[in-house]
Design a protein around this ligand. Structure first.
Ligand code: ADP
Ligand code: MG
Length: 266
């Protein structure tokens, strides 16, 4: 990031306390248009809570979030989504008894403009957004299946489809490949690269280092609610504090090979 570049998203000194616990303890992050920013760190580091604050799921205890120089701190999740930040969740979040298409319709309908529940009617714009999102993630042939019956990969794809159906400016992904096998991870990686290639800015949380480091243009590592590292992907495994608190020696060695040969699986 160079000085003077205008950030699309600016999170300044975000704090979130749960009683005595500062789950997020002074996190700052600027995201430029077109970046993929990756966030790693041990369980309980505050990564999801940071996403929850920025996306309006939970109110911050302190700090400010600006989207394109507009203060969005304190706004509700629906409004923030309508302004252009969409997200997926670490755990499955969907209307279980509805079909895949119905879930995405709801995201497309409520995610972009101010809508009221009375008068709920799906216009051609919503239908188009839904079909586009279904085709993009590869769920078109399962559009009429009930969500509760879907396997893990499809649940992840559904959340991504719902998020992109809102036509966001920034996409937040919370552990998009958690619990997936290697081939499935590659599939999601390709989707994220395609979205980013089309100009979408992405902020993602992931423990799978291969995914995090291969996709991100910049990586942050969090620990105890704070940012303990920010830099390029190939610097992460060289940072003594990151090795000590998160990765350990074994992963450091694997990642070193990964960057040297570009083929090992960290
Ligand atoms: N609603 C909540 N109430 C109380 N503590 C919470 C709540 N949500 C998260 N925490 C705590 O905040 C810390 C950060 O959690 P989280 O953001 O989920 O971490 P991460 O996503 O990095 O694994 C953890 O100690 C967790 O137990
Ligand atoms: Mg989490």
């Amino acid at each position: 990031m160079t000085d003077g570049e205008q950030a699309l998203l600016d999170c300044d000194n975000i704090v979130k306390r749960f009683g005595q616990l500062a789950a997020v303890d002074g996190m700052s992050l600027s995201v430029q248009q077109g970046e993929i920013v990756g966030i790693g760190g041990p369980n309980g580091a505050g990564k999801t809570t940071f996403f929850d604050v920025v996306t309006g799921i939970t109110p911050a205890t302190g700090g400010q979030v600006q989207l394109d120089h507009r203060d969005i701190s304190g706004m509700g999740a629906d409004r923030i989504c309508q302004l252009g930040i969409a997200r997926t969740f670490q755990l499955n979040a969907a209307f279980e008894s509805l079909t895949v298409r119905e879930n995405i319709d709801i995201a497309a309908y409520f995610g972009k403009g101010k809508r009221a529940v009375p008068g709920f009617r799906l216009g051609t714009d919503v239908r188009e957004q839904t079909e586009e999102a279904l085709a993009f993630v590869g769920l078109a042939n399962k559009a009429d299946e009930t969500v509760a019956q879907l396997p893990v990969l499809d649940r992840k794809l559904l959340m991504i489809a719902g998020a992109i159906a809102t036509r966001p400016r920034i996409l937040f992904l919370d552990e998009p490949v958690g619990g997936l096998n290697a081939g499935e991870i590659d599939y999601i990686m390709e989707l994220v690269l395609k979205l980013n290639g089309d100009g979408l800015t992405v902020v993602l949380i992931e423990h799978v280092m291969r995914f995090l480091l291969a996709l991100s243009s910049r990586v942050l590592i969090m620990h105890h609610g704070k940012k303990i590292f920010e830099g390029l992907p190939n610097q992460v495994a060289e940072d003594p504090v990151v090795i000590e608190t998160y990765l350990g020696e074994g992963t450091r060695k694997r990642l070193k090979t990964f960057f040297a040969e570009g083929e090992a699986q960290p």
